[in-house]
Design a protein around this ligand. Structure first.
Ligand code: GAL
Length: 468
């Protein structure tokens, strides 16, 4: 051993025997250099991967679907606060403070600019009403009519594309029935509409009805049913609906499950439960390409989102769950997938009042999830900070247009929930994320998720005609 040591020292001392450059470095700088190289290679690979995907997607979008350019046009809004009104002493006593912000104006049912947020029936749109010039155009926030000329009632909704009937089905809350802050009596809970083109919607009726007499029943009209979502199980041939089930004080905090043999119901209500033994409020379900479905729900008093796979028949959750976005207080989750990356849009927790949406991304649906930032583009600052005065509910891929989606949101009207409006807006995945992210090994660079504000817009591919 000694002889080896000595000879090594001799060699090291010899001016003719210089150590190779690497060996002359301290172990620290050696490790840092290597780490730097790996990091750079990793960054270059990720960047080139994402960048080429983006370029490929954008060029495909632009080449084949020029209307996508239209979707990405940034449209400004210029809503001003109304001038102060003269108020009687009685009005001041009743409501001492007049609205001082646009959000307060939005929430004030007597606001002078209410018509800007909740335009009346005169400006309603839909297949039964429109002349040729507005045919196939979405008008976010305006009353949307079904094929019979009635306002669509499918709040907190979601869309199922049914391969068997080659149709879209829109399920949502029918809010003429009593639910928190609605105060009306009525028998319905979940309504369904069908469409071939995502614009022309036929009322398929109530697919999950309220319980009229049994007060202990989850579906009793005094209870809350929100955010129904339906997926199809090709193994069992059943359409499975998951929903938020609650009492009027939101203390039951459970999920409910119902099934049907057809997309248009009627659905049989099975049961409610606390998934994984936890409270569950705003929720959604997501069926992945491999047919594994997941439940995502706001839990632990809305402070955390929980995510976990459903059983093979989609009727229950498996005993596997991950806590994600811990302590971030997010709700109204909606998940979609593009190029093997999962994306989520969530809202903050301010009840019916609008707040800032956030986009999140993950390589694995079970996490870790990274927050990208506010996806809203256009309008004005208040529009962007309030998700255009709405709250996320679902995202659907735009058929035939990779990277393009429809962002579905609700503009809630707490004074009259059934008059809440729908905001469908184009959502595009592409381009670098809007916030510089912290880079660590294995950490991907996400594409930006953008939801573009438009007063009116239409789908690519012939204005959405027969895209199903
Ligand atoms: C929202 C939620 C709605 C509804 C509402 C009740 O935050 O997203 O679905 O539950 O609260 O205040």
């Amino acid at each position: 051993m000694n002889s080896v040591d000595t000879s090594w020292k001799k060699m090291a001392k010899s001016k003719h025997n210089k150590k190779p450059a690497l060996l002359r470095c301290s172990p620290f700088s050696l490790v840092s250099t290597l780490a730097g190289c790996v990091f750079m290679i990793h960054l270059i690979m990720l960047y080139s991967r994402n960048y080429s995907v983006d370029l490929e997607v954008s060029s495909r979008l632009l080449t084949h679907h020029p209307i996508v350019r239209e979707l990405e046009r940034v449209e400004e809004e210029n809503i001003h606060m109304p001038p102060p009104r003269k108020r009687s002493a009685r009005a001041i006593k009743r409501k001492p403070k007049r609205p001082t912000t646009l959000v307060e104006e939005f929430l004030d049912e007597n606001s002078q600019i209410r018509h800007l947020f909740f335009p009346d029936m005169k400006s309603a749109f839909g297949p039964s009403k429109d002349g040729n010039d507005t045919l196939n155009y979405f008008f976010p926030g305006k009353i949307w009519l079904d094929t019979e000329g009635n306002p669509i009632q499918a709040h907190g909704g979601g869309i199922l594309y049914d391969e068997i009937s080659k149709s879209y089905y829109w399920y949502g809350e029918y809010k003429d029935g009593p639910t928190y802050l609605s105060y009306k009596n009525g028998p319905a809970r979940v309504r369904c509409y069908s469409s071939q083109d995502l614009w022309t919607w036929k009322n398929e009726g109530v697919v999950l009805a309220a319980e009229e007499t049994d007060e202990t029943h989850d579906l009793h009209k005094s209870n809350v049913l929100e955010r129904p979502k339906v997926i199809y199980n090709s193994e069992t041939g059943k359409y499975v609906m998951w929903m938020h089930i609650d009492d009027a004080n939101y203390t039951k905090a459970s999920v409910g499950v119902a099934i049907s043999d057809t997309p248009t119901g009627p659905f049989d209500y099975l049961y409610s439960k606390s998934p994984h033994g936890f409270d569950s409020r705003d929720m959604t379900i997501f069926k992945d390409d491999d047919d594994i479905a997941y439940l995502i729900y706001s839990s632990e008093d809305n402070s955390v989102l929980h995510i976990g796979p459903l059983t093979e028949d989609y009727l229950d959750v498996k005993p596997v769950m991950k806590r994600i976005m811990v302590g971030q207080h997010r709700e109204a989750p909606t998940i979609f997938k593009h190029q093997n990356t999962y994306y989520m849009i969530t809202s903050g927790c301010t009840g019916w009042a609008p707040n800032e949406a956030l986009a999140h991304a993950a390589e694995s649906i079970m996490g870790p999830w990274e927050t990208l930032g506010n996806p809203c583009v256009g309008g004005n600052k208040v529009f962007r900070l309030t998700t255009f005065f709405s709250q996320s509910t679902y995202v659907i891929p735009l058929p035939g247009v990779p990277g393009a989606f429809i962002f579905m949101a609700d503009r809630w009207n707490p004074a009259d929930l059934r008059d809440s409006r729908y905001l469908w807006l184009p959502l595009i995945v592409g381009g670098p994320a809007d916030r510089p992210l912290e880079f660590t090994f294995g950490f991907p660079m996400w594409s930006r998720v953008s939801v573009y504000w438009h007063r009116q817009w239409r789908l690519p591919l012939g204005g959405g005609k027969n895209i199903a």
